[in-house]
Design a protein around this ligand. Structure first.
Ligand SMILES: [Zn+2]
Length: 332
């Protein structure tokens, strides 16, 4: 579809490329490639439903401050016993970083940063109910860094670095970024999830992306929405810079202190498509998508625990028998 349009309307190609998926990684974007993701083969298994815990685990709240980049580039250990921490990053935010914009059926404006935040907060609650720890990188309509000037790119990089630094400082186990998509052509619609295969934990990121994408599609089908699977994709497809092809959020770009854990960027629906936008505007849909994100995340950790069984605990030492008591006399 995209290639076909490129041929038919060459005058709009550059504009389309610049806008398509412009929100996805928070970077000026182009579709650099249509190649498939790396050929890692991981077959998702049906997700394990999380078992609600009696008490929600605490949520780590972060003030809008800037931390120094993490000193150590050592990735967060992949395998360890629960609980697991999920860093939730609601895309965009603040007065100057809106992301995609669309309209619902009544002509009301839909702004990506607002819908992403709403979905992120729903996901936060669901994950804590399921026993996960969470770090909500942005829990309000703000940015962590000044984002005031029109110089978009350095602002975006600095803001993304601040968000990655928070996830790294918290030693989160996974980083989940929530976005809604936008394109010049309103016919473009659907759901896609990005990951970075070129990290030491690329296989884990791919698995997380596959689990989440599958759950998202299932949730939309369950809501009677016409599903368009745009797939699990390499984030280098939208980077736009040959020297820094990957997204800053998931990548290893020059001059950037990268995230230290598996991560994904989920583009839930296209706000520029009337049918997708109408569904994104519904709280029921966003709740369903948040539940799908939770289920995909839970399935990832269930898969991880089966992939490398935890070591068998050493047998507990046999307790020595208590010394004989000589108090039975009083009982007789
Ligand atoms: Zn976005």
């Amino acid at each position: 579809m995209l290639l076909h349009m490129r041929l038919l309307v060459p005058a709009f190609v550059l504009l389309a490329l610049l806008v398509l998926v412009a929100c996805s990684t928070g970077e000026p974007s182009t579709i650099a490639s249509t190649r498939e993701p790396a050929s890692t083969t991981i077959t998702p298994t049906p997700s394990a439903q999380p078992t609600p815990s009696a008490e929600p685990t605490p949520r780590v709240t972060m003030a809008p401050v800037v931390l120094a980049p993490t000193a150590s580039p050592t990735p967060v250990p992949i395998y360890h016993a629960p609980p697991y921490m999920v860093a939730i990053e609601a895309g965009h935010g603040g007065p100057n970083w809106f992301g995609a914009v669309g309209y619902d059926a009544d002509g009301n404006r839909l702004i990506e940063k607002d819908l992403a935040l709403d979905t992120a907060l729903r996901l936060d609650e669901l994950l804590r109910e399921a026993g996960f720890e969470t770090l909500v990188v942005r829990d309000g309509d703000f940015t962590l860094t000044p984002f005031a000037s029109a110089d978009y790119r350095p602002n975006m990089i600095a803001e993304t670095q601040a968000r990655v630094d928070l996830a790294n400082a918290a030693q989160a186990d996974v980083l989940v970024s929530i976005h809604f998509n936008g394109a010049v052509y309103s016919s473009l619609r659907g759901t896609e999830t990005y990951y970075n295969p070129d990290r030491s934990f690329g296989a884990e990121s791919y698995a997380l992306a596959m689990f989440v994408q599958g759950e998202l599609l299932g949730a939309l089908a369950g809501l009677d929405h016409e599903v368009n699977d745009r797939g699990v994709r390499n984030d280098a497809e939208v980077g736009g810079d040959p020297d820094n092809a990957h997204s800053y959020l998931l990548g290893t770009n020059d001059g950037f202190s990268p995230s230290l854990m598996p991560g994904i960027i989920s583009e839930l629906l296209f706000l520029s498509n009337p049918e997708d936008a109408a569904r994104a505007a519904e709280a029921e849909t966003r709740q369903g998508l948040a539940e799908a994100l939770r289920d995909g995340i839970a399935a990832y950790f269930a898969w991880l625990s089966q992939r490398v069984p935890p070591p068998t605990p050493a047998p507990a030492p046999v307790a020595a028998p208590p010394p004989a008591q000589c108090c039975s006399f009083s009982l007789w």
